[in-house]
Write a protein that binds this ligand. Structure first.
Ligand SMILES: Nc1ncnc2c1ncn2[C@@H]1O[C@H](COP(=O)(O)OP(=O)(O)OP(=O)(O)O)[C@@H](O)[C@H]1O
Length: 337
């Protein structure tokens, strides 16, 4: 059975329908990322699961209980938001133990469990410090330790890493994933960073206008997007114009469908590609060197196409910019028009 289940939830703010009949299940122990453009309803969905909003209709189950009318503090959740606030006048260990104190577990148990949680986030040695004496990344770990110390059924994270700089954010992603695996806690994570969602999660859900467009394992959503929006939102898509379809080997009947390629599925060359490959002709606009990888921007039939490849795999290209872009037929993305 899934650990969290949202069934037909609608949530309105005045005339805005922030969640429109959303149904989605979160597997026990899974790491689930909610992705979508600004205003698509990600935060509203998370806050409705947390209990800060009550749905206008529909139900929410956490564990074995229906909780749509249960207040936040009784839902058995841990939370970490972007603007997490640690209590400045408490030590790190007291901050972590706070939720246990509220639950009156007793001081010996509080100390022991707070220490364990701090060790889990590798801050066992800093329990006596004040939050102001920690770095940004360390504070984030304290917030995480505090969120999981009560052993909740589900961990809700709303863009928890977005305030960190790039390097620290990548470190924290790895750390968060390790901790999530170690504890085995069902985690729901809101982000608008596609790469972060792909790195961390074993399932993703894409929202648009308050609806779930597609949910599934990242690879499945990336390789089999249900529509053009999902294809363009999770990664980039080069769309084939109708006129360019003639002569290509397509994995499905073209009627009622659109076809695209991912940037990394393409090979670029001056000469026509080998038989059996799909290929289009284009005009090289730009080749951008970025260390290990390179990007080529190519105009194909008036459309901008993008190729991403290892720089060393890109051959010398002709001065006049006339190139072929080739890909294996099975790498064609097929989406309903
Ligand atoms: N408290 C509120 N009162 C009124 N409207 C709200 C409230 N909270 C959210 N909304 C509206 O509901 C819709 C969904 O908002 P939500 O914050 O869930 O989107 P989001 O996907 O998390 O966006 P972002 O990525 O920008 O955080 C938006 O149109 C937003 O303006």
């Amino acid at each position: 059975m899934s650990q969290v289940e949202v069934r037909n939830v609608t949530k309105r703010f005045g005339r805005t329908v922030a969640l429109d009949d959303v149904s989605i299940a979160f597997e026990d122990g899974g790491f689930f990322a909610l992705l979508g453009p600004s205003g698509s309803g990600k935060t509203t969905l998370l806050r409705t699961i947390a209990g800060f909003h009550f749905p206008d209709s529909g139900s929410i189950r956490i564990g074995e209980r229906n909780v749509e009318k249960v207040p936040v503090e009784k839902r058995d959740i841990g939370m970490m938001f972007q603007n997490y606030a640690l209590f400045p006048n408490m030590s790190v260990a007291e901050n972590v133990g706070f939720g246990l104190r509220v639950r009156k577990v007793g001081s010996a148990e509080e100390t022991r469990r707070a220490r364990e949680a701090l060790e889990l986030v590798q801050l066992g040695h800093l329990g006596d410090r004040r939050p102001s004496q920690l770095s940004g990344g360390q504070r984030q770990r304290v917030a995480l330790a505090r969120a999981i110390v009560t052993n909740p059924k589900v961990l809700l994270l709303d863009e928890p890493l977005s305030a960190l700089d790039k390097t620290l954010r990548v470190d924290m992603q790895i750390e968060l994933k390790r901790i999530q695996r170690e504890v085995g806690i069902t985690t729901i994570f809101v982000t608008h960073d596609q790469e972060e969602a792909l790195t961390l999660s074993d399932r993703i859900g894409i929202l648009r206008d308050g609806r779930i467009v597609q949910a599934g394992p990242p690879r499945e959503v990336y390789n089999r997007p249900v529509d053009a929006f999902a294809a363009g939102f999770l990664g980039e898509a080069n769309w084939l114009s109708e006129g360019a379809l003639a002569g290509l080997t397509l994995p499905a009947d073209p009627s009622g469908r659109r076809f695209a390629t991912r940037p990394e599925a393409l090979a670029i060359s001056a000469a026509a590609p080998a038989p059996g490959m799909n290929a289009v002709r284009g005009q090289l606009v730009q080749r951008v060197f970025a260390g290990a990888m390179a990007t080529c921007l190519v105009e194909v039939d008036g459309q901008p196409w993008k190729l991403i490849a290892r720089d060393r795999d890109i051959p010398e290209l002709p001065g006049d910019g006339a190139v072929w872009l080739a890909w294996a037929p099975q790498d064609t993305l097929v989406v309903p028009a």
